[in-house]
Design a protein around this ligand. Structure first.
Ligand SMILES: C[S@@+](CC[C@H](N)C(=O)[O-])C[C@H]1O[C@@H](n2cnc3c(N)ncnc32)[C@H](O)[C@@H]1O
Length: 257
């Protein structure tokens, strides 16, 4: 039997300061559109985490490349499924939720070991961002900071040289995943619009814009501010191919002085 000797000196307690998770927005693609704060946090964090598709480097990792400090440990979080599967599919939702749980635990292990983690996100982390799924899982267990980023849509309307809203114009942001009639209805009710998440939804979105009578005003932007950027009037786009990083802008007309 082990007896505790009350006279024995107390053993020194090993203490580890728990790390902080920094959610960091990277902006729309141009590596010069990161904020000063984003660069500072990325360079001060010993661990860099980012989402990517299996077998790909990932857009966030590409944007952040010029700013990574030597010796930074990388923690890629690789999606098990692609965004091409419909989000209403039950198996897809289950698999994605398991992936977010596992990713949160991988980050938690780094934080518990006392290492700060910068989890970088394209655009703004709180705007349709995967970061949000880890934020809600970790925010009550750890210190979490979030650094705003320039959104993809802001990068796109500046790249297109397109003032998007004037005066009292109402701007509506629509995911292209909505049904065609819902898209048309929302487009008819707004002054200006951004339609994101095109991909395979592109033909449906174009038809909805046409049905709302907005084809003449709509502008298609692919990879705004990134290498390979394309900007063209939607009416001049003759094919149905739209990559993941593409969106459509419908600028407001407003009451101009
Ligand atoms: C999951 S959302 C992420 C949005 C991001 N958090 C942001 O702040 O812009 C991805 C969608 O944003 C749009 N997007 C983001 N950046 C873009 C860019 N640089 N060029 C074109 N579309 C972009 C595309 O429609 C894409 O499908």
């Amino acid at each position: 039997m082990n007896m505790i000797d009350p006279a024995a000196p107390a053993l020194p307690q090993a203490s580890v300061t728990v790390g902080t998770l920094h959610g960091v927005g990277l902006g729309p693609g141009d590596p010069e559109l990161l904020t000063v704060k984003a660069v500072r946090l990325i360079q001060a964090s010993p661990v860099l985490a980012y989402f990517a598709k299996k077998g790909r480097r990932g857009n966030a990792r590409t944007i952040v490349d010029p700013w990574i400090a030597p010796g930074t440990e990388e923690l890629p979080l690789l999606y098990p499924v692609t965004t091409e599967v419909h989000f209403a599919d039950e198996g897809y939702v289950r698999e994605l939720s398991g992936f977010y749980e596992e990713s949160a635990e991988r980050i938690a292990l780094e934080l518990l070991a006392g290492r700060d983690v910068a989890l970088v996100a394209e655009g703004d982390p709180m705007f349709y961002g995967s970061f949000m799924h880890l934020f809600i899982r970790l925010k009550d267990r750890f210190r979490v900071t979030v650094t705003a980023g320039v959104t993809g849509m802001a990068g796109c309307w500046t790249a297109a040289g397109l003032p998007i809203t004037w005066g009292d114009d109402v701007l509506t942001v629509l995911p292209g995943t909505l049904p065609a009639d819902a898209l048309t209805q929302r487009l008819r009710a707004t002054d200006a619009a951004v339609i994101m998440k095109l991909g395979t939804n592109f033909p449906k979105v174009r038809a909805a814009i046409e049905a709302a009578g907005l084809l003449g005003r709509a502008v298609y932007v692919e990879r705004g501010t990134m290498a390979g950027e394309k900007v063209l009037p939607l009416k001049d786009k003759t094919d149905d191919a739209a990559p993941y990083f593409s969106l459509i802008l419908v600028p407001g007309e407003g009451r101009r002085p």
